[in-house]
Design a protein around this ligand. Structure first.
Ligand code: K2U
Ligand code: ZN
Length: 175
């Protein structure tokens, strides 16, 4: 269990397309534990493995722990290995997204309101469910990461360049 550094734009590794996992082994479970530790430490509700420099198709999520009024320390971690999305709804939902790899940048992104999700769980068991609400927004945001896409790639070139410049300036000031 370890907290790993989270890559930030414009790190080229965030543009890599992540590779499928051959099998859900103890090593992959240890990776997911490190991802969770890193996500909680960064106050996130989702994280893709590529964000800690591991280009494998693995996502972790906890939509409960940051909620208003959630019991102190109440955690409901989710694990998604080799996730696949299908049947996106025509209806879309706007949400002001942020990203741990684009710190302090927020903008509204429209995504399908529901999407079907197939994945292997922490034990390697195949699961399928319909993602709705924040779960739908978050899983699509994380799936973008697995395909080398960060949310600012959905914005105009001007907004994207301003976002990268803001992250680079903040990194310089923190150095
Ligand atoms: O991929 C990431 O960087 C994790 C994101 C996941 C996320 C993005 C957009 C919308 C929902 C989830 C981070 O958790 S961003 C921080 C955050 C925290 C609570 C709610 C929304 C965003
Ligand atoms: Zn992100």
């Amino acid at each position: 269990m370890a907290i790993k550094d989270i890559l930030t734009v414009p790190d080229a590794r965030l543009k890599e397309v992540s590779q499928p996992v051959a099998a859900v082994t103890d090593e992959i479970r240890a990776l997911m534990d490190d991802m969770l530790d890193s996500m909680y430490a960064a106050q996130g509700i989702g994280l893709a493995a590529v964000q800690i420099g591991v280009p494998l198709r693995v996502i972790v999520m906890d939509l409960e722990w940051g909620k208003e009024g959630a019991a102190e320390g109440h955690r409901a971690p989710r694990f998604f290995v080799n996730p696949e999305l299908s049947d996106p709804s025509h209806e879309t939902t706007p949400y002001e997204e942020g990203c741990l790899s684009v710190p302090q940048v927020y903008d509204v992104i429209e995504r399908p309101s529901t999407v079907r999700l197939r994945y292997l769980d922490r034990d390697g068991v195949a699961r399928e469910e319909l993602a709705e609400g924040m779960f739908a927004t978050c899983i699509q945001h994380e799936m973008d990461h697995l395909n080398g896409v960060v949310f600012i790639d959905h914005l105009s070139r001007l907004k994207r360049e301003r976002a990268v410049a803001k992250v680079k300036k903040a990194r310089r000031l923190a150095a």
